[in-house]
Design a protein around this ligand. Sequence first.
Ligand code: IPE
Ligand code: IPE
Ligand code: MG
Length: 231
Amino acid sequence: MVPKHIAIILDGNGRWAKKRGLPRTAGHTQGAKNIETISRAAYKMGVKYLTIYVFSTENWTRPQSEVDAIMKLLNNYLSDCLKNAKKNNMQVRIIGDKTRLSEDMQEKIAKLEEVSKQYDGLNLNVAINYGSRDEIVRATKKIATKVKDGEIDPNDITIDMISDNLDTKEIPDPDLLIRTSGEERLSNYLLWQLAYSEFYFTDVPWPDFSKKDLEEAIEEYGRRNRRYGNV
Ligand code: IPE
Ligand code: IPE
Ligand code: MG
């Protein structure tokens, strides 16, 4: 069984570069290139939703030069997405707090989301300035405002209401989470949404993560006995 929704923490760009005696940014460049390759491969394998973690709310604390290099790469990546959305039949959505991104990026994101809405192939969600705790705080503020304005009663708050106020509104929960490069933690990714997902960790760093590695992850997922908590 192919998972309908795969979430990926693409980790290990820096270590990939270091191993080759290259600057960390070279790893980010290579990592950015791999996103399109893996998106296309996932879709060909039957995956409907792919949610990738490319920049966390914590990543701003990295050296400014690295942050600048990553933002530049992401800005170019957004332009490429805009160019290729039709060819790849890809609907793109950005999750995370966009207000901290440059105006240029925010404009590109708005355009990309609007233009790619019509494509019904892969749903690609890109997490930029994303942190799950931040997302939950923002959702809580939205709901609290509705309570304050008398639109809803606190007793009306449900699991679905919280889900509907997250950035992933209308996106089904991931079936499989993949983290590359050996770390086995969530690093503030989709804490709410991953409640019943299967986790898969691989030592392969993201720039080397290939179609074959994705196939292996999907095969392993197929061998798992899933539970959803309610059965
Ligand atoms: C993942 O690679 C990309 C981002 C977090 C932006 P890292 O930059 O975390 O690479 P490592 O973990 O230091 O090797
Ligand atoms: C998580 O990776 C964030 C992204 C992949 C964008 P990090 O490399 O930043 O996470 P930690 O610091 O190892 O937990
Ligand atoms: Mg890392």
